[in-house]
Design a protein around this ligand. Structure first.
Ligand SMILES: C[S@@+](CC[C@H](N)C(=O)[O-])C[C@H]1O[C@@H](n2cnc3c(N)ncnc32)[C@H](O)[C@@H]1O
Length: 232
């Protein structure tokens, strides 16, 4: 089933027209339209370290802690909501000030925030087989029936872009959600992609770094569903 978004819809228009890429350390913000596609990671980060992408980073907890912990991994966070991009920028700024992080030390030079729609970004800007991992934590479940078409895992272009852009040598996709029904749907849709195979969900690295929603839902006692896929 192909349920591709129409980029002239208001829902997407606002996001894709104002797409930007933000460098946390230099504070440079560049309209995505001025960036050549697909993006040359080496030119963007100045190194050949592996690239991991978090889709829908929300308040940026995972992005901050993971990028700090793994300076030799490049992280790209993609978020459609301007509000959360600002919240996350503030989170990094406060951390830099509070811990006296030297902006020339290299800390956080491995992070870029991209304000845009993930499908738009993956299908246009991410090179083939160039992503070591995708992190998709608590994707919006759009519980109302008429809005379910917005579920990101329903979009065939998105699914194809996910698989094409994952590195064929051990590229992984990490998913968490509290929404049982959406979790089942995600697994059914990914089962249709022959290049992805589920592996032990316990393989999620940095599982001690909880996202905002994970913390909230664990405190509420909700079950959390986790799955990890590897590109075969
Ligand atoms: C439920 S929140 C989860 C936030 C975070 N991952 C967490 O676990 O705390 C879902 C996030 O995904 C973002 N989002 C939803 N659809 C998106 C899309 N198509 N592209 C980029 N971000 C998206 C939303 O704006 C929101 O911040």
């Amino acid at each position: 089933m192909r349920e591709n978004p129409n980029y002239t819809d208001l829902y997407y228009q606002n996001t894709t027209a104002h797409s930007q890429i933000v460098d946390i350390i230099t504070e440079h913000t560049v309209p995505l339209s001025e960036v050549a596609a697909p993006i040359d990671w080496e030119a963007l980060f100045g190194n050949t370290h592996p690239v991991e992408i978090e889709i829908g980073f929300g308040k940026g907890r995972f992005l901050l802690e993971a990028s700090k912990r793994h300076p030799k991994v490049n992280y790209i966070g993609v978020e459609r909501a301007q509000k959360y991009v600002e919240v996350t920028r503030d989170r990094f700024e406060k951390h830099i000030r509070h811990f006296g992080v030297d902006r020339r030390s290299g800390t956080f030079s491995n992070v870029r925030l991209v304000r845009t729609d993930a499908n738009y970004f993956l299908t246009r800007y991410v090179p083939e087989m160039a992503v070591q991992a995708y992190h998709i934590y608590f994707p919006d479940p759009w519980p109302r029936k008429r809005q379910r078409k917005r579920r990101i895992f329903r979009n065939q272009d998105f699914l194809e872009a996910l698989t094409h852009t994952l590195n064929s040598e051990g590229g992984r996709l990490y998913i968490m959600t509290d929404h049982k029904e959406y979790f089942q749907e995600i697994q059914e849709r990914l089962a249709g992609l022959s290049v992805l195979r589920p592996v032990d969900a316990g393989l999620r690295p940095d599982s001690d770094i909880a996202t905002h929603y994970e913390t909230k839902y664990v405190l509420e006692g909700r079950p959390i569903y986790r799955v990890v896929y590897e590109r075969a």
